[in-house]
Write a protein that binds this ligand. Structure first.
Ligand code: G4P
Length: 538
């Protein structure tokens, strides 16, 4: 009977977990919503407890500020709380666009997302980029249109924009009655009740009024004749224009339910959270080099999606964030580090309850475990109970800015090399090496990373460097006919570099050059992410 009851408890643990990320363009209200979800979940008691992890300053940043903010972002990287017998894990993502790759990678570790849109601004640039990543992975999305207390855009226009620009079908589940100063609340389309708005930043209970239907005689008394008529017309239109909500289409990533509210006023959060825990998927199967691995598979597996340096520079250790994918993670049990082909056990693994870290004895699929690391982990590493597969879909994305590292203190060459090696393991940036000459080239998606690297090299490794700009546009990994790749690399020697795993990478100067290379070399496939590497390596 023992194994049976063990499986039962694994299933129960998995089914109650909801692991997701909140994404938005900066300033749409991600931090505020995160905080309000934690308040509703009882994980924090007062508003203001969650600090924004936004890197607010620009190129001329005060570095201590960046460090401080990085510190905060560790504390708020993952926040777990219990709600209605569900265990919710929020994986936070940096809002700053220079840290977009970090965000993309965090999205590899979530099972669904909540997308926050500012009702005044609608769909913005970062929203588009992040949603592209979600669509690639068919991540289920719930949309929260925030700031209804401000005079924003017409809700129908917002929905149309989301559908067109983000390429996902939508279905409103709540509907706003006016906005701005006249915002009266939302009508919940799925249970025909009204949630009436009062501007209040501290209350936690919504004023929900049950009504029979839109012909209920109380409705005009509650929201006025004019708004009753408008609401009826709107709802009629909604029912004509949008298909009824289909949860399976949502789970497949094709249909996004939409809620309207005002995070700063705690308004519309409860229905969002109640619906989220009901419909969001429990930990999903994940793709590996040996096929799909289901969360309910009894043997443990997980992957590292983020590595964070200790903010105290005196301690060089780091924290690896491990997403548990199947089975049970246990403290002090030996697990197999697939890339290094070594066994490791962890005596102080911890979880991230909001605002605190606790050493844990076990963790289940959907959980994120913090592992102290002295340099054994790289992003994308897989841990198993002995199996030799690797999780897929945790790629490096092609950087967009490239600079050569010039050592400005030859006495500290060793420190510089070590620092660059370790910082690039963390995923702060990507390191490429060019031969002959052993030139070190760093690629990032944002200018800010170069400043962070320079600062951290000085502070943590006592090494100095400067960066010389290189005008490259994209890095492409190559697969295909190996003779043709050899020939291509000989011919383009000065634009071919090696990544950290020794793969050859073509640096294209412009989109045109890349296109020409593709056209002239039909036997070579040029990849803008490194995900294919796993198949080659296995
Ligand atoms: P982000 O993490 O997505 O970047 O956004 P964040 O939550 O920090 O919110 C950005 C700004 O929008 C904040 O104002 C926040 O108070 C405000 N905000 C969030 N939700 C709402 C809402 O429902 N209605 C209105 N009117 N504003 C909202 P701030 O002035 O930048 O900061 P703060 O001084 O208020 O903290």
């Amino acid at each position: 009977m023992q194994p049976f009851s063990k499986e039962m408890s694994l299933d129960t643990e998995i089914n109650k977990r909801r692991n997701f990320g909140i994404i938005s363009h900066p300033d749409a209200g991600k931090t505020t919503l995160t905080e309000k979800l934690l308040l509703f979940g009882g994980a924090i008691q007062i508003a203001g407890a969650v600090k924004s992890n936004k890197i607010k300053k620009t190129a001329t940043s005060d570095f201590m500020e960046i460090e401080k903010q990085r510190g905060i972002s560790v504390a708020t990287s993952v926040m777990a709380f219990e709600y209605n017998n569900y265990l919710v894990n929020i994986l936070d993502t940096p809002g700053h666009k220079d840290f977009a790759e970090d965000t993309y990678r965090t999205l590899t570790a979530v099972d669904s997302v909540i997308l926050v849109i500012d009702s005044v601004k609608g769909v913005e640039e970062q929203t588009r980029r992040l949603m592209e990543v979600c669509r690639m992975r068919h991540t289920p999305v719930i949309v929260f249109v925030n700031k209804m207390d401000r005079d924003g855009r017409d809700p129908f226009d917002i929905l149309e924009e989301v559908e067109k620009e983000l390429n996902i079908a939508v279905r409103p589940l709540s509907w706003p009655i006016n906005m701005g100063k006249d915002f009266k609340g939302v009508y919940l389309l799925y249970n025909h009740s009204l949630n009436l708005f009062t501007s209040n930043k501290t209350k936690l209970s919504d004023e929900i009024v049950e009504i029979e239907n839109l012909d209920d005689e109380n409705l005009p008394k509650l929201i006025g004749e004019k708004d009753t008529k408008k609401l009826k017309d709107d709802v009629e239109l909604i029912n004509e224009v949008f298909e009824p909500f289909d949860v399976s289409l949502y789970r497949e990533g094709y249909l996004a339910p939409v809620f309207f509210g005002s995070a700063v006023n705690n308004f519309g959060i409860k229905e969002l959270l109640d619906t989220f825990v009901e419909i969001a998927p429990s930990p999903l199967p994940r793709e590996t080099t040996a096929g799909m691995v289901d969360a309910h598979e009894p043997k443990f597996s997980g992957f590292v999606f983020k590595i964070h340096a200790n903010i105290d520079p005196k301690h060089r250790d780091r924290i690896a964030f491990l997403r548990v994918c199947s089975g049970k993670f246990e403290r002090n049990k030996f697990f197999h580090h697939v890339r290094l082909n070594k066994q490791y056990k962890f005596s102080n693994p911890y979880n991230f309850m909001a605002q605190s870290k606790n050493v844990i004895d076990e963790a289940y699929p959907g959980d994120v475990v913090g592992l102290y690391d002295t340099g054994n982990f790289k992003i994308g590493d897989t841990l198993t109970e002995g199996d030799n597969y690797m999780f897929k879909g945790i790629p490096s994305f092609s950087p967009e800015l490239f600079k050569e590292v010039i050592n400005t203190d030859p006495m500290k060459t060793k420190q510089l090399e070590k620092g660059i090696e370790q910082l690039t393991d963390e995923g702060v940036a990507q390191l490429f090496t060019q031969q002959p000459g052993n030139r070190k080239i760093i690629g990032t998606v944002g200018e800010l990373q170069f400043e962070v690297i320079q600062y951290r090299l000085k502070n943590e490794y006592n090494a100095s460097c400067r960066f010389d700009h290189l005008s490259y546009f994209k890095a492409c990994w190559m697969t295909g006919d190996s003779n043709k790749i050899d020939e291509f690399c000989r011919f383009r020697l000065k634009d071919v570099v090696f990544d950290k795993d020794g793969n050859r990478v073509f640096l294209a100067q412009t989109a045109f050059v890349l296109q020409m290379a593709k056209t002239n070399n039909p036997d070579i496939t040029f990849h803008e992410t490194s995900d294919f590497k796993l198949e080659v390596a296995m």
